[in-house]
Structure formats: structure tokens, C-alpha cells
Write a protein that binds this ligand. Sequence first.
Ligand SMILES: Nc1nc2c(c(=O)[nH]1)N[C@H]1C(S)=C(S)[C@@H](COP(=O)(O)OP(=O)(O)OC[C@H]3O[C@@H](n4cnc5c(=O)[nH]c(N)nc54)[C@H](O)[C@@H]3O)O[C@H]1N2
Ligand SMILES: Nc1nc2c(c(=O)[nH]1)N[C@H]1C(S)=C(S)[C@@H](COP(=O)(O)OP(=O)(O)OC[C@H]3O[C@@H](n4cnc5c(=O)[nH]c(N)nc54)[C@H](O)[C@@H]3O)O[C@H]1N2
Ligand code: SF4
Ligand SMILES: [Mo]
Length: 906
Amino acid sequence: METKATCPYCGVGCGVLIEHDGARITGVRGDPAHPANFGRLCTKGSTLHLSARPETRLLHPELRSARGEPRRRVGWDAAIGVAAQRFAEAIRSHGPDSVAFYISGQLLTEDYYVFNKAMKGLIGSNNVDTNSRLCMSSAVAAYKQTLGADAPPCAYEDFDHTDCLLIAGGNPAYAHPVAFRRIEDARKARPDMKLIVVDPRRTDTAAAADLHLALLPGTDIWLYNAMLHVLLREDLVDTAFIAAHTEGFDALRAHVAAVTPTVAAEKCGLDAAAIVTAARWWGRAPAAMSLWCQGLNQSTHGTHNGAALIALSLATGKIGRAGCGPFSMTGQPNAMGGREVGGLANLLSAHRELANPAHRAEVARLWGVDSVPEKPGLTAVELFRAAAEGRIKALWIACTNPAQSLPEQALVREALERCDFVVLQEAYRSTETAPFADLMLPAATWGEKEGTVTNSERRITRVQRALPPPGEARADWRIVCDFAQALSALIGKPQAAAMFAYAKVEEIFAEHVATTAGRDLDITGLDYAVLELAGPQQWPFPAGMAVADAARRTRLYADGRFPTASGRARFVVPVGETTAEQVDAHYPIALTTGRLRDQWHGMSRSGKVARLYSHVDEARIELHPADLRMFEVASGELVRVSGRRGEIVLRALASEELRRGQAFVAMHWGRNVLNSAGINELMAGEFDPFSKQPELKHAAVRIDKAALPFQLLLMRVETGERAATELAEALVPWLDRFAYASLALAGRDEAAVVMRVAHEQPIPSAWLDELDALAGLDGDAALTYSDVRRGVSKRALIEDERLVGLRLCGETVAGTWLREVMVERQATADLRPWLLAPLAAPPAAARGRGRIICNCLNVAESDIRAAIAGGEDFDAMQRRLKCGTSCGSCVPEIRRMISAAHALSG
Ligand SMILES: Nc1nc2c(c(=O)[nH]1)N[C@H]1C(S)=C(S)[C@@H](COP(=O)(O)OP(=O)(O)OC[C@H]3O[C@@H](n4cnc5c(=O)[nH]c(N)nc54)[C@H](O)[C@@H]3O)O[C@H]1N2
Ligand SMILES: Nc1nc2c(c(=O)[nH]1)N[C@H]1C(S)=C(S)[C@@H](COP(=O)(O)OP(=O)(O)OC[C@H]3O[C@@H](n4cnc5c(=O)[nH]c(N)nc54)[C@H](O)[C@@H]3O)O[C@H]1N2
Ligand code: SF4
Ligand SMILES: [Mo]
């Protein structure tokens, strides 16, 4: 059987067909009919079925009676009853602003709608904010300041029509792979199209560009202002468009007069000539568009980063037609839906403004309540700061993992400990936030829930449910409605229970649709039946509009009218010089953060899929090779990374992607895979004044070699009843005991757990015994070797001539190739003598394959290097090895390896 849904990962919003037998999800494939992906999926989407196993799911509500006590299983009625009672107590004693919801752009629109209604319509506070604050809020503010509404005006098909694509602060090769496939196709079809990438790092996206502007972190506004300066100087602006459809240009023109390419080049660390080239390409292209993401948004001037970029589209009149416009890519699958229902602390339903009394009155009327509160709620960072000060008494967290993803992690922990009552509504049982929850509520997730989502191009897709949720898990909207109904009676509003008495989820969608009447995102022509019959649809879609008129919705502002008071788009004079966090003599390295190709955020889902570790299998800090030499650190060694707010230990990796003085750490690694909260231990909570989005891209750090001479490596393939993910879970509490420790999965069809440890002192033998027992290496069947004098001890377990378990202590260098012996299921006959010998070098038979570049077809870095050495070009390699022929996520990297090899030899 196949069920239509969407991928729950990124904002591209690919359609998927879930293959199942009614009891289990057996596979997944891209929906050929879905206009976002036409059947394609990336590495993450195509392994979704492997993430859907029940072993690590939260299956029952759990409650603890007091802090320090373990949580115990309770029934749903008791769970909802306690939650309602605790929230009611807080509201009674401290007022409605003493409680808050912290929710997520990964909820479905219907879930989001009822959370928002419960806080603003029932409780009477605006304290509902979401992880979208960390993500898209600067883009929202930039759109509103310039175009007048939060509406990305473009569509993916604009990639096919543009002559110049400027990607600013985005790495779609990793973060939006299927959109990047489309960009690759467009360039193939139209070889003259120019691709410009603005990113301090030479990412796979940047390496594919015609022009890579590797600017210094935080200096984007200078660059876009200088580009506008060149456009003006060379008469490449559209004066007729500016006169007819915009306002405020004179002020911006005066402002950029002084921002010459030379001035900007100095500020940005770029070549002035490169800035001029970028401006000319943009200005002379018949159609030009921009695409931006977190490199711009996650900044203390994120709103004006966006505004400065949008000004390029407006000044050249390149908006409202094919191949044009400023396109903010959404990160999460339904961040757009959350914005549409107004599920943030400063918004109201259907893009209404909290600050506008008429809008508040409209929403109150629609919900049938006396009023909605006027005072803006607390935004993400403010909310956790308030909780740390004791001002939030009850906090409800759903579908997000703040103990991993928020900046100021020390303060976040304080907040979660100080708050009297923390509810966590989660699909998986052991996220980093779970230890702080007094009440955990099991949520249905991908494949088990239904509703709608909106992707980056304003396209709404109906998501269907394939299976019932496991255990007692329930749909998010249902949990919220049950809670709201229970709460109504306790806070003296029994009649309000009816506001949440939905018999089915479609009723919520219909109510949301009704709130959009006459608004910019009017979707009064949509219901589930239309979405099921006619497929996903872009907004607006007012009643009376025919599906066949879809082309009229593809892009906004074709008529040059903007949803501002005057009908004109606005130029904004951007304010912002550089990053709030600055390097100095003590913290000389400018660190940035971002995504890896194959992991998703806190890894609760992607981290359960062994093969998604084969591209990058451990947390690491990437630095320029010359900087590593200066710090006297070899690539692969451990370093202390210290910043103004904390210190963590990470493995260092030499990378030519960075300029000197810069570093990169992925945002994924948290306490489930590391003995620290990861990089957000070091990030500041400083935020943009308009969007309140924190500066998650920039920190200043210092690097010192970590002298941790005592090493341990533990590996175990799970072949029996227990899943590798369960062993990994059992090992998590061990991570904290060591100066450095990491956990990963490895393998393809069978998963292995890999734990790497480094410590200041010898690792106590009692700990080794305990770990051996946990991993099933304690029995007589295990081979042992020990050399007390050298402090070396080893255990290996071989079953049916296969290495299935290994623990090396004191001497771990052989671990790398032995791991491959294990996960590649090599026969161990020839290896026995080496397994436990005091030798590091692998026997010839066990030469490792190295990192897996193509995850779908299992093609390793070594295979590709051999092909390059054999003189094969990309096409020949694809024909023979098939690498990159399935999802294509690895294509940019393979091309980059080929051109790097040619550069070396040429
Ligand atoms: N594989 C994967 N894909 C994802 C996600 C995931 O977790 N994993 N998450 C999704 C989500 S929620 C989001 S928001 C998106 C994020 O998607 P992106 O924003 O594309 O991804 P990031 O890697 O966070 O950051 C993009 C780039 O910004 C650059 N950058 C850093 N500082 C600056 C600067 O000052 N100026 C400029 N111009 N660039 C800078 C970084 O070097 C980085 O390469 O990805 C979505 N897709
Ligand atoms: N330093 C740094 N920090 C960052 C970023 C960065 O670039 N750098 N990026 C920021 C950005 S853009 C984002 S979007 C955030 C993301 O940060 P988070 O929101 O914390 O990320 P996730 O790990 O995706 O959290 C989603 C949680 O919801 C759970 N879940 C999955 N499905 C369901 C469901 O159907 N219902 C419920 N109730 N739960 C479910 C998952 O198990 C997971 O634990 O991180 C931000 N933090
Ligand atoms: S590009 Fe990949 S992660 Fe994003 S929606 Fe499509 S399949 Fe999912
Ligand atoms: Mo995001």
C-alpha cells in the first residue's frame, strides 16, 4: 500500500509515497506527481522508513512526582488532568503571562493553529513562540519591512527561468538538496546562467558557483550596498520601476553613495573587482533572483541583511516576473504554516498583526472570544531568559529540542530547572530536553499523522496518515485540544471548551481557511478534497479561483502592487556593520555553525539511521590547515574549543573550505552523541532588534590542544533482539564521565554502535568491565589481550567468522580499519592474528574504504579517488559506479573532488 505525505525534514517540502503493509512502514519513494520534487528525494528523505522504527519512540505518557524522581507511566486522562491543573494553578496565582508554549515549525498547520488559539484565545497571553524564531523570523521581518507582507514571492520554477542566481548565506547543496538538483538542471539547460554564492566557507554550493564571494562573517550588508552602488553608477537600475512602484529610494541611494566597491572590499575581505562583477551580472541579467537562508537570518542584523538583499531586486525591477525576486528558503517543513496561522508571540492568525487593534478584534470575533491580549508575548530567547529568572511557572514544549538548539545552553538548563512544571510533547523518548520534563506526552509523527504543510514556495500539501501511532502516542492537535478543554473548566471559562471540540482534524483546517478570507494569503478556495484531487496548491487561492488558474499564483507582485499602505514597496536603509561577537587576542577564531548533508538538527530522527553517519561520523571542528599547524594540532586530534560562555572538546579536522582565522562546527551534535551540549554551549543569545532572531552563526573562540592520552574505543554490531539504537541509548549516560566521548552508529543494513573516548587519567578497569557487560563483550566467548605494563587491554567478539564486537583500551589506532572490517562484514580468518596484536597497521586484505560519499549506492571516497586516478571523468564514473544516480545529493561533492584533482595535476 502507498500513502501520500510529505518529507518531514526540510522546507523544500518534497512529496513522498509511504510504502507500508498496514502495520509497518516498509519503504518510501518520492512522489512523481508532487510539484516540489517530481519524484526526487535526497539522502535524508530516501531513508525515512529506516527512522520510523518504534524502539526509541516515546510510547506512553510519563509523569514524575518530584524533581529528582524518575518519571512513571500514567494514563492519558491523568496526564492531561495534571497538566491542566498545574497550568491553572500558575495562571490563578501568577497570571496568564506566567505560562508559555514553545513550539515548532515541524508541527502541521492544524497542530499549530490549536496551540495558538489555546494560548491567545483561551489562556489570554501571547506567550506562544517557536523554533522558527531561530530560523525564519528575520526573513519574515525583512519581507514585511520592504514588500509589506510575509510572502516569499517566488517559486522553484523560477530557477528554470533566471539568468543570474545569487545564493546568500545558504548551502542548499546540503540543506535543500532537491532544490539544488533543480538549480543544477537549470544550469545544464541554460549554460549562460550565472551562479553567485556569498558564504564565508567554500561549501559544495560555493564550489559549484561561477563566482564565490567568501566574505568575512557578518559583513553582508556592505556587500549588497556596494552592489547597489555599482548598479547605480553603471546605470543598471530600473528608474521607471523605482518611480512607479517603490518609496524610500532616495535615502538608500544617499546611503550607498559612500559604499564603493573599494570600501566594501576592505570591510568584507573581498576583491573590489569581484563585487563589481557580481553587480554587473545581476544588473545585466534579463532575469535575476536571490535565494537566502541562515547565513543572513541568524544575525543581530538579520532583518536588514534581508532588506539589503531585497533592495537589489527592487532597484532593478527584478520582481514579479519569471526568474526574478528575493526568495527566502524556509528551513523547516512547515515554518510557513506556522507563520500563516500566526503562531508566534507577535503575530495573529492569517498574517494579522498583534499590534493592530482592528486585527485583534477580528481574531476575537472569529474565535468567539471577548478579546485577544494586546501585550506581545515573549520570543524564544526572551522566554528562556524569563524562565531562568523564575518568571515562567509552567512551560509546554512541543516538537522542538531547546536543550540542544537554543543558544546560551547554560542559561537554558537553568531555565528548565527553575520552571516549576515542564511539559514535553515528543515523538522520541530521549532527546536532550527529555531529562528536564516533568510530564512527557507521546506524539504521533511522520507517517502517523495527517493535516497540511506549506513549503518554501507557498505550496500547501495535504499529508495523509499511513499507520496508527505506536503505543499510546496521539496526534499533536488532539493532545492540545484535550488539554485546552480540561483547562477551560479550571480557569473559569467552561464555555470555551467548545472552541476545541473538533471531531476531526479537517474541521481545524476549515476554521483556519475561514480566517484567511480577504487576507493576502486568502485560501478560501481550498479544502482537503481540493488538495487531494488537484494536488498541492500555492496560496493565495481565494474562493472562486479555478485550479487551472494556478499559473496566476506562481509568483506574487506581477502587477507591481505591494501590500503596504501606499501600495509601494519600501527601500530600507540597512543598519549593521559586522557580527555582535567579535574576535580578539584571547578568542582569535571566528566560528560559524550550520548543517551537514545527512543529519537533521538534534538527530532524534536522522541519528537513528546508521547509514546517515557514513558521510560524517563524528562531531568535529573544521579549521584551515595552516591554523591547525599554528596551534600544533594534527587533523584528527582533539582540541579544547573555548569561548566567552563555555568550553567543549571536539575533534579537529583540517579543511580547505575555510579561510584562515575561521572555524566551522555543525549544529547537530548534542548530549546524545557528545559529552557536551555541543556548539550552543558557546553561542550567545544576542538578537536582532526587529525579528528577535539570535546570532546563531557567529562566536569567537580559541583553540588549544587537548592532552587526553588515555583512549578507549567500543564497537558493537547488534545482530539480535536489541537494536543498535538501544545500546547507544544505554551508553549515553556514560559520555559525561570522560573528558571527551562521542557516540555514533555505523553500517548499512546492520547497525553498529561506535563509542570513542579520551581521558586525562587511565580509565578505571571497573568501568571497562561495566562497559564490556553493556556491550555483551564480557562473556568467555570474547578474545582478550592485555599488556598491563603498557596499559593496553582489548576484547574482541567473533561470531560465525565475523567481528561483531570490539573494545580497545590504551591503543586504539587500529579502530578505524577494524570498524570497517566490522560494518563491511569482512571475514575475520586472516585478521585474527591482528585483531589483538599490538599492531596498528591493517593487513593488506583489510584496507579501509574511507568515508561514504554516495549513500544510496554505497560508493566510498576511495572508490571515487581510484576512478579519478584511472582517468575517468564524471560521466564515466557514474556509468561504472552509479554514484550520484539515485538521489544526487553527492553530485556536488564528486564534481568538486574531480576538479580539485585536476587543479592539482594541472
Ligand atoms: N541536511 C540538513 N538540511 C536541513 C536542515 C538540517 O538540519 N540538515 N535544517 C533545515 C533548517 S531548519 C534550516 S533553517 C535550513 C538552513 O539552511 P542553510 O541556511 O542553507 O544552512 P546552514 O548550514 O545553517 O547555513 C548556511 C551557510 O551560511 C554561511 N554563513 C555563516 N555566516 C555567514 C555570514 O555572515 N554571511 C553569509 N553570507 N553566510 C554565512 C555558513 O557558512 C553556511 O554555509 O536547512 C534546512 N535543511
Ligand atoms: N548554533 C546553531 N544553533 C541552531 C541553528 C544553527 O544554525 N546554529 N539553527 C537553528 C534553526 S534554523 C532551527 S530550525 C533549530 C532547530 O532546532 P529544534 O527545533 O530543536 O530541532 P529538532 O531536533 O528538529 O527538534 C524537533 C523535535 O521534535 C520531535 N518530533 C518529530 N516529529 C514530531 C511530531 O510529529 N510531534 C512532536 N510533538 N514532536 C516531534 C523530534 O524528535 C525532535 O526532538 O535549531 C536552531 N539552532
Ligand atoms: S530535499 Fe531532502 S530533506 Fe528536503 S524535503 Fe526533499 S527529501 Fe526531504
Ligand atoms: Mo531552521
